[in-house]
Design a protein around this ligand. Structure first.
Ligand SMILES: Nc1ncnc2c1ncn2[C@@H]1O[C@H](COP(=O)(O)OP(=O)(O)OP(=O)(O)O)[C@@H](O)[C@H]1O
Length: 268
């Protein structure tokens, strides 16, 4: 029984179709990573799974016993509103002190209880957000670009912690990442999203697909990723991605038209 099953999910914001016919399932204990260009609907997909964004078509089914933990991309803490790490972790459900201690230890920051949230470094903040997600003992941990803004050693250490959490607790992990070396090393499966699921499979399968190499092929140690996404069809009006692009081998569907679009972005 899957923890989460997404069936033909569609999401719109006003006239803009952000997700179209997205189907996937997450099984207990696996690490699945979502990759895709900026604006391709990755965060929206996680928020739809959380129930924070309504589906206009399809649905998200939750398996029995599912407990979700969510690590957002970032959290802005107003420095004029002082709050300690311990108090932040106690909210909103009134978590027990022993659970907070265990979550902080598991997140690799066992001594931060009394620190002000606004004083945390970027890496400490991400670990506190991880601890907050772990307090509930999730069976599915979802992380939205959890290492954005961290340097490479900090990022690598964070992903090692995620792997340890998975091994120790047996939780499944669904994360968004732009760090392709991490994706390939740490994931059981990779889903490439571009408004819809373009291709998916094991890291070996996805990384050997010409379309994947075209999409992420010029990374210089993670410093710059060239997103050249190719499909064989035009996206419809209102598509957030503009005109169509071409799919390559490894994709789950084929179309007639032939367009490219190229997008560059500085990766962290
Ligand atoms: N609440 C909202 N209202 C209107 N439009 C939204 C909303 N949330 C997201 N969008 C739009 O939906 C599209 C997908 O956004 P989303 O954040 O899911 O993309 P993403 O793949 O996570 O991007 P990135 O890699 O830049 O974080 C974008 O065009 C965005 O502007």
């Amino acid at each position: 029984m899957s923890l989460i099953t997404v069936d033909h999910l569609g999401v719109r914001f006003g006239a803009t179709e952000v997700l179209r016919d997205v189907s996937l399932a997450i099984d207990p204990g696996e690490i699945v990573t979502i990759v895709g260009p900026n604006g391709s609907g990755k965060t929206t997909l996680l928020r739809a799974i959380l129930g924070a964004v309504p589906a206009v078509t399809g649905r998200v089914r939750r398996g029995a016993g599912l407990v979700l933990g969510y690590v957002p991309q970032r959290l802005h803490v107003d420095p004029t509103l002082p709050i300690t790490v311990e108090r932040f972790l106690r909210l909103p459900g009134g978590a027990r002190a022993t659970d907070i201690d265990a979550a902080l230890a598991r997140a690799g920051v066992p001594d931060l209880h009394r620190r002000q949230m606004s004083d945390l470094s970027g890496g400490q903040m991400q670990r506190v957000l991880l601890a907050r997600a772990l307090v509930a003992r999730p069976t599915l941990l979802m992380l939205d670009e959890p290492t954005a803004g961290l340097d490479q050693p900090g990022s690598a250490a964070f992903y090692r912690t995620i792997d340890e959490v998975r091994r120790e607790t047996g939780c499944a992990v669904l994360m968004i990442s732009h760090e392709l070396h991490v994706v390939m090393a740490a994931s059981d499966r990779v889903i490439c999203l571009n408004g819809h699921v373009c291709c998916h499979g094991t890291p070996e399968h996805v990384s050997s697909a010409p379309e994947y190499r075209a999409l992420f092929g010029t990374g210089t140690g993670g410093a710059l990723a060239l997103y050249r996404h190719e499909h064989d069809h035009s996206h419809g009006p209102g598509d957030p991605l503009g005109p169509g692009h071409r799919h390559g081998p490894g994709c789950d569907h084929d179309h007639d038209h032939d367009h490219d679009h190229t997008k560059t972005e500085a990766a962290e």
